[in-house]
Structures are given as C-alpha cells and as structure tokens.
Design a protein around this ligand. Structure first.
Ligand code: AMP
Length: 430
C-alpha cells in the first residue's frame, strides 16, 4: 500500500526543529507579558462571512486563497487565513469592549491556498498582537517597538522597518481617484493582475512586483499629498516617537498592505538578507474601521502579525538547535535492576532533574554509547550487583570518573548532586 503524504504546503515540525519554535514562543510570551498584553485563543475556523467582511472581498486572501467549505449543517465555514478578524469577532462577542482598552496577542496556524515556495506555505503560523480601543499614536509606536524588540530579542539582524500612512477613508477616496486617473492611460502596459485591480483595488497596484508596472508607479501620485492635516499630524507624531525610541525606519509610499481595513499607520518588517523573495517577516498597522465593520462599536485599533516560519528560517541561520539539557542517562540490565532504574528515574525527575531512561534492555556497551550521545552530564548504571546491594554507579560523562554509592545516598544528597552536575556541565564540550 502506498504511504500517505502530508498535504502540499503543510510541513511537519520535527523534534530537531521544535527547540527553535519554543524559543520564539518563549521570547514572545515574556516580552508581550511584560508589556501587559494578554493571550487570546480563538477558533481555527469561523463563518466565511467574517473574513469576507473583515478582510475585504477585493483582496487576494478572500478572493483566491481561502480554504472554504460547506459543513454537514450546510454552513459556509473557512479556515482562518489570518488572526485579526477572529480576535475582533471575539472582542465584540464577549463584550471585551466594555472592559476598556484591550491589549491582546495570539499565536497559531493560519491557512491560505497560495503558490507554495520557500517561506510560503498553505498552513503557516502567525504571532500577532492587537491593541483595541486606543486612537493614540503611541499605541502604534508601542506595537512597532514590541515587534522590533521581539526580533532583537531573538538576535535577528539586517531587518528594515518600512513605514507609511494610508490615511483615513476620506483621504484614501481622494487618493484612489487620483491614482486611477494617473494609471488609466497606462492600463495596457500594466501587468494583468494590476489591470484587474485598477477598478477593484487600485492601491494594491502600488506593491506590484512586475518591473514594467513598477516603472509606471514611480511617478504616480503619492498618498502623502492626499493626507488631511489631522492624518498628516498623526503620521508625523508616529515618526517622531519612533525616532525618540531610536527605532530606524524607511518611509515607503508604496506600502499599502493587502487588507482593506487598514487606516493611517501601515508598516512592514523586511529581512534584507536570508529569506530570498519572501522576505517580509511581519507587518501590520492601524485598522480603525474593522470593529464597526464587524458589527461592534466604533473602536480604533492597531496591531501586527509575524510569520513564524520566516523567523525560524532566520534563526536557523544564526544558531544551532537548542537542545534539552539532560542531567542523567539511566542504563540498566537484569530484571531487578531494570525495575529499580525505572523507580530511580522517576524519583530524580520528581526532584527536578532531567532524566532519560534507557528502555532497550540491550548490552551495557550499546546503552553506554547512547548515554554518550544523549548529552547527559552523568550516567547512572544499575546491574545485577547494584540491584542486589541497593547501590548505583555514578559515571561523570565529561571526565569518565565513576563512583559507587547507595541509591539512598544519591537521593539524600540531591542539593550536592545539583551543584556537582552544574560544575560538571560547565566542563563539558558543547
Ligand atoms: P499578512 O497577514 O499577509 O500581513 O502576513 C503577515 C506575515 O505572515 C508575513 O509578513 C509573513 O511573514 C507571514 N506569512 C503570510 N503568508 C504566509 C505564508 N503563506 N506562508 C508563510 N508565512 C506567511
């Protein structure tokens, strides 16, 4: 029978890689907790309408990339393609808006039917944060600063922060008109996607990757010239506050992002090396229109999402896999010794040590080889003699020194043992 393979665009995260994931999650959790953000977990599938309304029918995500199906109750449901719409739905449905400003974060799998390539999958993971209920430009700057701190906390370098303002809906309406007027005479020179967008979503043409289209865009009107004074002031404040925090940024008038609900601040973080074509690590911005669009009260909001697979690709280029630090590897042979080894391993784990028990019952030589490869600091050895006497051999794997002691003594001197393990680990090669 042929073996069943994983679906195209999905990947297994194997144990060798999981250490990186846990590291990213830990750094993110610590940082976000310290900034008073609280985790929220929303369902992986939602009513299709949530995304159609919340992301916008004219976007690629809704138009082309959603995993949508009819369930057995004849409802149209969709695997979430991003996190914000679900968070906002939960915010409205659970009355979180009544409790005042909410700082939230989430982490989990997202699903988009995209062309698969390096750094672009159909199931991928995003970490995101949202501030709901503040129009203060400091909220924009706070979330950007958190994103930059997270990346710095992971040791990532060569990242560029691109910044823009897409104004409010009124600014955009005027700008859109000017853009369409400018682009229409060039319509036939635009790439086919951009031609389609000319009437549906003309601002998306600004981030076309097509060389010919890019050339035409160079002289296109810029959104900055269409910002009302209040929008302009916000944009200036955000820039000033970023500068005050020593966060470097590059202004990019073509940064419009794919989703319809963004207002004012838009930003993207790009890796200048290490990711190839799919070099956006994350992005976000303000979305003052979304909460009311989804049936809630008018609520200003700002947030971002980062792709974990891309962070992982960068992290792997920098550091070797974080491994679990093992204290003891327990080897045993003989019925009585094997039973005692199980008990000893369990007791040591309860005392807080990291312990791996060899279950092979194979020759001692083979078990010792595995002990050496395990990375443990010390090996505990139980054979027939030790089992009969209630003793155990303690072998320090770094130096090869070995001593015999009673199992009771081993457990009675846990604190001494902890210090000796620490000292011995320090002398071991990495
Ligand atoms: P978006 O929700 O499109 O703004 O994406 C935010 C971030 O999620 C991007 O900057 C990427 O890092 C990541 N991302 C988006 N789509 C994918 C995908 N198909 N595969 C892997 N990462 C993705």
């Amino acid at each position: 029978m042929s073996a069943i393979e994983a679906i195209k665009g999905t990947r297994d995260i194997l144990p060798e890689e999981v250490g990186y994931w846990q590291r990213i999650e830990q750094v993110a959790r610590d940082l976000l907790n310290r900034a008073a953000y609280r985790e929220i977990r929303t369902p992986i599938f939602e009513q299709t309408e949530l995304f159609a309304r919340g992301i916008g029918e004219a976007t690629d995500v809704v138009g082309k990339e959603m995993y949508t199906f009819i369930d057995k109750g004849e409802r149209s449901v969709t695997l979430r393609p991003e996190g914000t719409a679900g968070v906002v739905r939960a915010y409205i449905e659970n009355g979180l808006h009544v409790k005042g400003l909410q700082r939230l974060w989430y982490l989990g799998p997202m699903f988009r039917y995209e062309n698969v390539q390096a750094g672009r999958q159909r199931q991928f993971h995003q970490l995101g944060c949202e501030v709901l209920g503040s129009a203060d430009p400091r909220a924009d700057v706070e979330v950007i600063a958190l994103a930059m701190d997270l990346l710095a906390g992971l040791g990532l370098k060569d990242l560029r922060l691109d910044l823009n303002s897409v104004g409010d809906p009124a600014d955009r309406q005027q700008y859109r008109q000017a853009l369409v007027e400018y682009l229409t005479p060039y319509k036939h020179a635009l790439d086919p996607d951009s031609q389609n967008r000319l009437n549906r979503n003309p601002m998306r043409i600004l981030d076309s990757k097509n060389a010919e289209t890019k050339k035409i865009i160079q002289d296109a009107p810029k959104i900055w010239d269409y910002l009302a004074p209040e929008s302009r002031r916000r944009f200036d404040q955000v820039q000033q506050q970023l500068t005050d925090l020593n966060i470097a940024y590059t202004l990019n008038p073509c940064l419009v992002r794919g989703l319809d609900y963004y207002t004012h601040t838009a930003f993207e973080i790009v890796a200048e090396t290490g990711l190839g074509a799919q070099n956006a690590v994350g992005g976000g911005g303000r979305y003052d229109g979304l909460v009311s669009e989804l049936g809630g009260p008018e609520t200003p909001a700002v947030g971002w999402a980062m792709g974990l697979e891309r962070l992982l690709l960068l992290l792997q280029q920098l550091t070797s896999t974080p491994v679990i630090e093992l204290d003891f590897y327990v080897v045993s042979r003989g019925e009585q010794a094997e039973a005692q080894a199980l008990q000893l391993a369990q007791t040591l784990r309860r005392a807080g040590f990291a312990v791996e028990l060899d279950l092979s019952a194979s020759a001692f030589g083979k078990q010792f080889k595995r002990a050496d490869r395990s990375g443990a600091v010390a090996c505990l050895i139980l054979g027939d003699d030790e089992a009969a006497n209630g003793t155990v051999q303690l072998k320090w794997l770094g130096s090869g020194d070995q001593e015999a002691l009673t199992q009771t003594d081993l457990l009675a001197t846990v604190e001494t043992l902890r210090h000796r393990l620490k000292d011995s680990r320090a002398t071991m090669p990495n």
